[in-house]
Each structure stands twice: as C-alpha cells, then as structure tokens.
Design a protein around this ligand. Structure first.
Ligand SMILES: *Cc1c(COP(=O)(O)O)cnc(C)c1O
Length: 372
C-alpha cells in the first residue's frame, strides 16, 4: 500500500536509549529505563502507582487478578471493544455482561449499566474508545453505591482527560497499551495504573511472578521468595528504553496527530453530510487525544464500497470490533438482549489512516473523489 493504515512512529531516540540500556548491563525488567518510564507517568499524570507491562492485555489480566475475580462473578463491559477487555476476566471464570454502545458514539452507554447490576456483580470495565472518555461522573457513583470496582481500559487513551482529570486515574485500576498501533508505542507494551492504595503492594508481587522481588530490591525485606500467585508481566529493559524514547516526544507526537485529526474533521464535513456519513463527536466533558479518526457509514454496503474506492487508490482504511457478544467464542453463551448500536458500529465504522508522517491531504482528496 502506498498509504498504510498505520506506521509506527520513531522519534530517533529509541536506539540511543536501547544502546545505553545495553551498556548498563541490566536487560531484564524493572531496571533503569522501566523506572524512568514509571517516573514519567507518575510525574506527568499524577498516577499514584504505574507499572509497565508487556501489553495492555497483561495489564488487564493483572487487574482481574488484583480484583480477585472468582468463577461466577459478573463483570460489566461494552460489547464493542477489543477481545482482551473481556478475555482477561473470562480467564478468571467471570460471567461477562455486555452493554450496548451510545447512539452517537461507539463508547458504552452508561445509562444501560444499572439494570445489569445484581448481587454477583463485581466490576465494571469502561473502555475509553478512541481516547474519548466514558461518562465517569455517571459510572463512578453507580459503582460506589454497589461496592463495585471500576477498571479503565485506557488502551487508546494516553494523554486524554475527563473534566480535567487524566484517564487511567479515575477508576480503581487503569490499563494502557503501547502496541505499535497506539499513539505512543514500543512494539508491544502496556501500563497498569493503580489508583487505590489497597492494590499497590500486591500489584508489584503479581508483576514479579508472585515474588516480593521489588520490595527486596528496595531493601525492604532481606530475602525474596514466592509469596502469592503471579506471572511474568514486566517487559525487558529493551522495550522500556524504546518506550522512554517515545515518551520524551509525547507532546510533539500528540500535536501532530491532533493536527491530522482536525484536518480530516474540517475537510470532510460537507462530504460526510452529502453521503449521510457521521463524523466522530467529542463530548464537552472529554478531550480528544487523536488516537483515531473514524467515520460511521450509513450501511455496510457504503463502507465496503469506500474501502474498495480507497484501496484502488492504494490507501488502506480498516474497520474493527465485531461485537463480542456475537463472536464465535461467546455467542452460544450470550443470554442478554440484542445490542443494536454495537452491531451497527461493527458494520458501519471505518477507520482512516492516522500516523505521524501521514500526508493527510492525499487521503482527504481520495475521499472527496468518492462517488456513490
Ligand atoms: C489495543 C487495545 C487493547 C490491547 O492492547 P495490547 O497492548 O495489544 O494488549 C485492549 N483494549 C483496547 C480497547 C485496545 O484498543
């Protein structure tokens, strides 16, 4: 493809820091660069505790372990999301209760959560789709009233805010992704944010294969051993060094992505109206971190024809998320209601190329040349 959907950004500092990590002679996890990254996140965003993970998937799995999700516990989440949001809880034997999307946004409709809450409900997982915050002032009081935990799947939500508060800091736990398709990336990587001090100590233990190795390295205990369950959730210093090279350029990356996003948004306004295509809405309570530029087509035929039109011009646009409640894995288990909005986004949402080096006018002109 002449214009790919995504191209991982390289700031140029990554290799310098990887070389430095090599010369420091400590390449396994939780070394100098992991700590630099942790400090960046706690200083820049005020997260109480931040732990790098090998993916957002792993951060979500840690969250499910930390909340001590047991077989039969119920967890509420949107159907229109990536599999990992659900898989992390499915692995613990949870019963997943899926919620529909909003009519004017692919994010979960917070008003549909309350009817799903019962005595087995343990947690709500919110997904800040495209970096646009869920309505946390509706969700947190509801969760608190029923003693539920809230996990933010903030995979797409780096550097985005809800009413001035940074995403990933609002629920009990938050999970970010540094997969190569995300704004800030290190190939595969993630971050768990811990906003409730009850989970801090255990999070470090789960992270270090069920051992108290982190406390040992801080000199808090004189030997370390197996103290709990856990796994190898921490990335190597090579990944952390690469990531640090991106974090130093975060504002530049964000500014460039926002510029591309705004350009799409204004240039496609009349075109979208003419073709009965919806542009993304950014509610007043949230910022836009320009993770994604998508449009919502009037039907699946229009989306397929747009994809073909762009492909003929050597431009790759893609769609995503088949509703999880209809997935081959889950559909036989699903006993809830039809989720019409989620299905509509599955059929009609189209994601346009968005990456640092993109010449956005090529894509815009290609779209403007589309004839239905
Ligand atoms: C990308 C993504 C994930 C998974 O992130 P990985 O780092 O690839 O594990 C989870 N949830 C959402 C909403 C995502 O967009």
């Amino acid at each position: 493809m002449n214009i790919p959907f995504n191209k991982p950004y390289l700031s140029g500092k990554e290799l310098t820091y990887i070389a430095d990590a090599l010369s420091r002679g400590h390449l396994s996890g939780n070394g100098y660069y992991s700590q630099q990254c942790h400090q960046f996140f706690t200083h820049t965003y005020g997260f109480k505790k931040a732990l790098l993970t090998t993916s957002c998937t792993d951060a979500l799995e840690m969250a499910a372990l930390l909340l001590d999700i047991q077989p039969g516990d119920e967890v509420i989440m949107p159907s229109f999301t990536f599999v990992s949001t659900a898989n992390a809880f499915e692995l613990r034997g949870a019963v997943i209760r899926f919620v529909d999307s909003q009519t004017d946004h692919p994010g979960m409709d917070a008003s549909l959560i309350a009817p799903l809450i019962n005595e087995k409900t343990k947690a709500i997982v919110v997904v800040h789709y495209a970096g646009v915050a869920c309505d946390m002032d509706a969700i947190m009081p509801l969760a608190n009233a029923h003693d539920l935990f809230v996990v933010e799947d903030a995979a797409q939500a780096i550097d985005s805010y809800y009413k001035g508060r940074v995403l990933g800091s609002l629920g009990h736990l938050g999970a970010f992704s540094f997969h190569e398709t995300k704004n800030i990336q290190c190939g595969e990587g993630g971050l768990l944010t811990i906003n409730d001090a009850r989970f801090t100590e255990r999070a470090e233990i789960l992270w270090e294969k069920g051992t108290n190795r982190s406390a040992f390295f801080r000199g808090e205990v004189d030997k370390y051993g197996w103290v709990d369950i856990g796994s190898s959730f921490l990335p190597s210093e090579l990944n952390a060094a690469y990531l640090f090279g991106q974090l130093e350029c975060l504002q530049d990356i964000q500014n460039r992505r926002k510029h591309i996003w705004e350009r799409y948004h204004s240039a496609l306004c009349d075109w979208a109206t003419f073709h009965e295509i919806a542009q993304p809405k950014i509610p007043e309570h949230t910022t836009n971190n320009a993770h994604m530029y998508y449009v919502v087509c009037k039907d699946i035929e229009q989306r397929s024809s747009l994809i073909q039109h762009l492909k003929a011009l050597d431009i790759l646009a893609v769609f995503h998320y088949q509703s999880l409640h209809k997935s081959p894995y889950f559909k036989a288990k699903y006993t809830g209601e039809a989720l019409a909005e989620s299905d509509r986004y599955s059929d009609c949402l189209l994601r346009l190329p968005l990456f640092y080096e993109l010449d956005v006018d090529i894509v815009i002109n290609a779209l403007l040349a589309y004839e239905a």
